[in-house]
Design a protein around this ligand. Sequence first.
Ligand code: SAH
Length: 201
Amino acid sequence: MCATLRQKGITDERVLAALSEVPRHLFIGAALESRAYEDVALKIDCEQTISHPSTVAMQSQLLNADRGMRVLEIGTGSGYQTAVLCQMGLKVFTIERQKALYQKTSKLLKELGYRAQCFCGDGFHGLPGDYHRIIVTCGAPEIPEALMRQLLPEGVMVIPLGEEQQEMLRITKHGEKREDWEIERFGMFKFVPMLDGKTTH
Ligand code: SAH
């Protein structure tokens, strides 16, 4: 899988090492397990998807995080991205709005020894605390203000922005005001939508 990832522009050795360590097949239902190491997104519970490994690698690389940093992930889903971030030595906080996924995935991560702190709720409002890095793994209709407030000075947020398709943005927070946010763009992707905590799909 690493050769494919390198071809797709993943050069960060910390990310490549983490993806080769984390057993992706354990985050996928038995029916699709045989496809776990192909570069495809696959269906998980609650009509959600586990992202392409190349997308997980790309978002992890864009975070440019150092060991020990506090990282907030919005959209735990299967827990695969969470596990990759833990494997990179980050202190991970992750939030999922679907209760069933939260319950299943937080148990799985614990069983596999990944020490992420899992929460159930609406990640559009973030999670009280402050973070060096924030990664959003669902398509956001707008840049969530609450998340930008929870980002530490010079912190970085990686977020797919848009409704039908999303543009991958990396936002570096040089100051509190919008004009102090540096925005870099990294191409188009397709994610499941970011929904509020109450919507039932
Ligand atoms: N990182 C995941 C990607 C899962 S898909 C993985 O590697 O498997 C995105 C997830 O975001 C879905 O599980 C969806 O339920 C969740 N999600 C959507 N809107 C959300 C919100 N407002 N708060 C928290 N989670 C949300």
